[in-house]
Write a protein that binds this ligand. Structure first.
Ligand code: B12
Ligand code: SF4
Length: 446
């Protein structure tokens, strides 16, 4: 039996390249490959970097779904299904919205694959499979098998993705992680993480966790081991990291030079609405940021706009905060109602969603606001995100942040990364706005 893994792309504008900053190695597929018993043959198409061969020889097509890639995934599924192939869908969107995926698949998996993938395959082989499986949370996969994308590795950004744990102890209203893991967190064994790092080709690592110190004692033990490996790494964390000096020092000593922090807003009302008021209670935000910066750790600050107190004034306040704190990079995204999140349910209750399945709408594009914000129009909210990103990524603003970066770290690789990412984001502000979901991916790749 032959399994074809497919990672669908979001879409692209006609004649343009796939967005560079989205082209990271597909860790998900390396984990699935690892979980696939050796008796099955496998192949993999990465829709972001190569055309999918719809005539490919296979028995089962295993597709990973995110909400943004669902439309494209269903198109690919349809093409293979018309040739009698068995379609299995899994991933975030299949997990949070299985009913959406079901009409396009023979089998939908919700949750994690570790405990059920081998069973699904043997059920298929016996010709006796169920339409829906659920896999409990488990990170029992040993080491991912990256051979599955060895032929495409040069097309990805030169950073290795490694997973430490899954879940997050926080419960933000808009977040898919919170919707599925419901405040729980599980982690891998330190020995596996260390062995995996040692086998990776890059010296730069992204620990893809959403909140890496959800278990502080474990995180400290891990960082002590990672320190010995002399790598540079980045991850996503929550602002309360600043309360633990020991953790900050350990992170920096183990090679962490940059962290993504979801600040989301500087407005107290918005933070309360999104169930992130705890971050307000940590104390004065400038002082908290300063503590992280003093430890030599740079910040990728992420903000979300579209909560009920947002208007142009809140954008201006966030920009002023971001400029004052000289952040490494920022994200200014509009709020999105991802399925099964509390935000989705609230907007549905309040009758504010334009379409219950906005991600499948023919004219939905990256940057389209699909709900009615309280204080601005949907179009204005989308446009304000673009306007303030352009201000932050204007060349004078990029230059102004350099002396502060130099004061925080003299690591030349990080300085090179600063220029690379800021210039990339400078050009991507307008490239990403308006990307049509599910479109133009069968065009010849550049
Ligand atoms: C790394 C990452 C990225 C990387 C790209 C990674 C890549 N190569 O594609 C970057 C930084 C570029 C990125 C960008 C974006 N991301 Co992202 N990203 C992640 C992150 C942090 C880790 C993903 C990962 O590798 N996990 C490790 C693997 C092993 O776990 P997994 O993917 O969940 O897979 C397991 C199961 O889901 C299941 N499974 C998955 N697929 C399949 C398929 C089959 C057939 C089966 C049987 C099982 C199965 O099996 C696996 C093992 O159990 C996740 C959050 C998270 N913790 O997962 C967000 C996440 C996936 N991203 C998200 C989003 C929104 C985005 C962006 C749209 C953000 C933006 N505004 O630009 C873009 C879209 C990029 C794109 N799709 O092209 C959301 C998706 C939400 C949703 N409902 O779809 C997530 C969940 C984050 C969040 N907080 O909500 N992202
Ligand atoms: S802290 Fe981040 S990952 Fe955790 S629930 Fe909030 S947004 Fe999601």
């Amino acid at each position: 039996m032959k399994i074809l893994f497919i990672l669908p792309g979001i879409g692209k504008k006609s004649g343009e390249r796939y967005l560079k900053s989205w082209m990271m190695e597909p860790l998900t597929v390396a984990v699935l490959k690892r979980l696939t018993p050796a008796e099955y043959e496998t192949a993999f198409y990465d829709d972001r970097v190569e055309p999918v061969d719809y005539g490919a020889d296979c028995d089962v097509v295993a597709i990973t779904l995110e909400t943004y890639t669902a439309k494209r995934a269903y198109e690919i599924a349809g093409r293979f299904r018309s040739r009698g192939k068995i379609i299995v869908c899994g991933g975030w969107h299949a997990t949070l919205c299985p009913g959406d995926a079901a009409p396009h698949a023979d089998i939908v998996l919700t949750g994690n694959a570790e405990s059920v993938w081998a069973l699904i395959l043997s059920d298929i082989r016996r010709g006796d499979y169920k339409p829906l499986y659920h896999g409990e949370t488990s990170l029992d996969y040993g080491l991912p098998d990256r051979s599955v994308y060895a032929d495409k590795v040069k097309k990805y950004l030169p950073v290795s993705l490694v997973e430490v744990g899954r879940g997050c102890r926080r419960r933000c209203e808009f977040c898919s992680i919170s919707a599925y893991y419901e405040g729980c967190y599980r982690h891998r064994r330190i020995a596996d993480i260390v062995s995996e790092i040692q086998t990776c080709r890059n010296k730069l690592f992204f620990f893809v966790d959403d909140s890496i110190f959800s278990d502080k004692a474990f995180a400290k033990a891990l960082f002590l081991e990672v320190k010995k490996l002399k790598i540079i790494w980045t991850t996503q964390i929550t602002l309360d990291i600043a309360q633990d000096e020991e953790l900050l020092v350990l992170m920096r000593q183990s090679g962490c030079l940059l962290v993504l922090i979801g600040f989301e807003s500087v407005n107290a009302g918005n933070l309360k609405q999104m169930n992130k008021a705890w971050s307000e209670r940590l104390g004065e935000r400038d002082e908290i940021v300063e503590r992280i910066h003093r430890a030599g750790i740079n910040i990728y600050a992420s903000f979300v706009f579209g909560f009920d107190e947002d208007c142009e004034q809140t954008f201006a306040e966030v920009l002023s905060f971001a400029a004052r704190r000289r952040f490494f990079v920022v994200a200014f995204n509009h709020l999105l109602a991802f399925p099964s999140t509390e935000t989705y349910r609230r907007f549905e209750r309040e009758g504010r969603l334009f379409s219950p399945r906005w991600w499948l709408e023919e004219d939905y594009r990256y940057g389209t606001v699909s709900f009615r914000p309280a204080r601005v129009t949907p179009e204005a909210l989308g446009a304000l995100c673009g306007k303030y990103k352009r201000k932050f990524y204007a060349f004078p603003s990029i230059l102004r942040r350099v002396p502060a970066l130099w004061a925080r770290t003299k690591n030349l690789k990080l300085h090179a990364a600063y220029w690379f990412i800021n210039i990339l984001f400078h050009f991507e502000v307008d490239q990403r706005l308006g990307i049509p979901l599910g479109k133009n991916l069968d065009e010849a790749r550049k």
